[in-house]
Design a protein around this ligand. Structure first.
Ligand SMILES: [Zn+2]
Length: 682
């Protein structure tokens, strides 16, 4: 069957659709050749008998990839029209590239077969209703998808092999640039370099990204930025938290080439997503690949610091803080949960007539009706932290702090130099603007006016920079006088006195704690782990025993129990009670011992009873003695009183156990028991 004979009158009654697509915008702009070829197909349709006005061109999808039908309005419209039976023929340049996804392609073939729609490309005319044509088209689709795959693999392979050699040219962060040999070097601009060094040094000092932002703000130092993936113009902006984080997280500043820090993927709806990849999954990491601003060890330390900051704030949640309120809990508003990182709240309860705080992490418990994360009795923690504060605020410690302060003052010179450089730059730009203005022909008013405005702007910026620089310098110059230092040192000796004074209100004590402490993290394990973070970043860890539960507080001491255990064999319970009272021992409830208490304690602690102990020593009961001497148990006491039997008191009720009498004694008793022979009356 030749090609033209496949076209029937039925086909010619319907419309012809020409589908035009270029997968990227660049192809749309540059590859006009293929667009012309696609329009040439239109001529083929006309020769086959379709009138010019029944040919519909679908070109909505210019610049869309054929990898999926999602987002390709034109392709979807084409499928819809074919499905409605409106199309007599579908035309495209290499039709299999209509859809480079087998599922989309086979669906189109299926629908074409059902609606008797022909398919035309540069190679020929196909009728999907015929098995052979359909087989060919199916193969073409599969080949086309494979072609795309191979293409991608080749591109990716090229990228990866370049990345393996650390030669892949990736956009660089500000502070690093490519030189003329395409090698990564530090930005030759000294001000940019110094700003980055200043950022890393400030972070090392303050230990937090916010601290760094605040320090830059305070010092009035700006941070450089380059647009267009690092290749654009240099601008100077206020430092933001996001920039600090991005800078600290970027391994390139540590001289490390890495590839695969993020991953892009498409969801079911064709939306593109970009995810950060954890560090251990990065594809390539090559240390010492180029010069950097800090060492790999410093980079790792910064990451660890950021992570611990994040945990301390519960993954970005800011702590409550707030003002000092009434109530004795010293650490109100300063406590963070060591398990989940949220701030812990307070609960007071009465214990021994005074308010005692508990620190409770109950946020999720309240929001999601889950069990309380952890609850820690606060009394011991407050006392320990208070003691730590008194120990820390000593004249010696303050002296050290003042010295550190002095050194920090010295570092201010660094910030001053950066500001100076900023003034220099502004001066240079103003000079340039002036030169440009002077060169222009003054009669060329249009250009001269613009240049004059620019010159004015630059002059204004210069004045601003100078003013800022002066202001900061005046602030920095406010160094401590010797008199002020003496006052501060005097405070240090007053501090413990004031802290311990019972007349100092709780609220003032709390205020003092807030001046000294950043936060306190509590974690309840076998003991309470208290991590105290001072203002300025110093940390201390305390381990406090968990306070005893109520029942444990009402516990008889082990010494008393040992005494009872030891004496039970020798003495009766009331004798033991007397002895303990003589030794000034008190029961767990603080009262004197009695016989009842001793018996109850012995029972509760599972001590062997006095009876058991006596029997274990081989002592006999009155019944056993009675059997021995052939008498009644009630009479045994009589023989003891007569001094013939040795008895040991069992208790206060005059009950006795007896030592086994010797055979002679038994004989003696039996004899004495015999009634005296009756003398014959004579
Ligand atoms: Zn918690």
């Amino acid at each position: 069957m030749n090609a033209e004979s496949k076209v029937t009158a039925e086909h010619l009654k319907r419309w012809a659709y020409l589908y035009i697509r270029q997968s990227t915008l660049r192809q749309v702009l540059e590859n006009t050749e293929s667009t012309q070829r696609q329009y040439a197909l239109r001529q083929r349709a006309v020769t086959m008998g379709w009138p010019e006005d029944r040919i519909v061109v679908i070109d909505h999808d210019q610049g869309q990839s054929g990898a999926s039908s999602v987002d390709r309005e034109g392709f979807q419209r084409l499928v819809a029209e074919v499905g409605l039976g409106k199309a007599g023929i579908v035309m495209g340049l290499e039709v299999s590239r209509l859809a480079r996804n087998c599922a989309d392609w086979h669906r189109l073939l299926e629908i074409c077969a059902l609606t008797h729609t022909l398919i035309l490309d540069e190679d020929g005319l196909y009728d999907p209703g015929h098995f052979n044509d359909r087989l060919l088209l199916g193969l073409k689709g599969t080949m086309s998808e494979a072609e795309l795959h191979v293409l991608k693999a080749r591109l990716l392979g090229g990228i990866i092999s370049k990345a393996q050699r650390a030669e892949l040219k990736l956009p660089l962060p500000v502070g690093l640039v490519y030189d003329h040999e395409q090698k990564v070097v530090l930005d030759p601009d000294q001000q940019v370099q110094n700003s980055l060094r200043h950022l890393f040094a400030t972070f090392a000092r303050s230990g937090s990204a916010w601290g760094t932002v605040r320090a830059f703000g305070r010092e009035g130092v700006k941070f450089p930025r380059r647009g267009q993936a690092g290749a654009g113009e240099l601008t100077w902006c206020e430092l933001t938290n996001a920039v600090v984080l991005a800078t600290l997280h970027n391994p390139r500043y540590a001289g490390v080439f890495c590839f695969g820090r993020s991953r892009t993927w498409r969801d079911a709806e064709g939306q593109r997503h970009c995810d950060r990849v954890p560090r251990y999954q990065w594809r390539f990491v090559q240390k010492d690949a180029h010069p950097g601003y800090l060492s790999w060890e410093q980079y790792e330390a910064n990451q660890a610091q950021l992570l611990s900051n994040q945990q301390a704030h519960g993954g970005g949640e800011r702590k409550a803080g707030g003002v000092a309120r009434e109530g004795p809990a010293l650490l109100q508003g300063l406590v963070l949960c060591g398990k989940c990182g949220r701030s812990m709240t307070l609960r007071y309860h009465q214990r021994a007539g005074r308010l005692t705080p508990d620190y409770v992490c109950a946020k999720t418990a309240i929001e999601k009706t889950e069990p309380v994360c952890q609850s820690i009795p606060g009394g011991g923690v407050d006392d320990a932290v208070g003691k730590l504060l008194v120990e820390s605020v000593t004249p010696l410690a303050l002296e050290v702090a003042l010295n550190v302060q002095q050194e920090l003052q010295a570092r201010l010179d660094e910030a001053d130099r950066l500001r100076q450089q900023h003034v220099q730059r502004a001066q240079y730009e103003a000079d340039q603007a002036r030169v440009r203005y002077m060169r222009v022909d003054p009669n060329n008013r249009l250009v001269a006016d613009t240049l004059e405005t620019q010159w004015n702007d630059k002059l204004r910026l210069l004045a601003q920079a100078k003013e800022e620089c002066e202001k900061q310098r005046r602030l920095d110059a406010q160094r401590l006088t010797d008199e002020q230092k003496a006052q501060i040192l005097a405070l240090a000796s007053d501090f413990p006195k004031m802290w311990k004074d019972p007349n100092t209100p709780d609220r003032d004590r709390k205020r003092m704690a807030r001046l000294l402490l950043e936060d306190v993290t509590l974690r309840r394990e076998r003991e309470v782990i208290v991590q105290v973070r001072f203002k300025g970043g110093a940390t201390r860890e305390l381990q406090l025993p968990l306070p005893k539960p109520v029942w444990a507080l009402r516990l008889t001491t082990s010494e008393v129990m040992a005494t009872i255990d030891q004496l039970l064999g020798e003495r009766t319970p009331s004798e033991i009670a007397n002895l303990l009272n003589q030794r000034q021992c008190r029961s767990a409830w603080g009262c004197a011992f009695t016989q009842r208490i001793v018996v109850r304690l012995a029972k509760n602690y599972n001590l062997p009873t006095r009876d058991t102990r006596l029997r274990a020593r081989g002592l006999l009961t009155p019944q056993e003695i009675a059997a021995l001497i052939d008498s009644k148990p009630g009479l045994v006491d009589y023989w003891r009183e007569q001094g013939l039997l040795n008895g040991v008191r069992r208790n206060e009720k005059n009950e006795y156990y007896y030592e086994r009498p010797s055979p002679e004694t038994v004989q003696q008793i039996i004899q004495r028991r015999q009634p005296l022979p009756v003398q014959p009356l004579s």
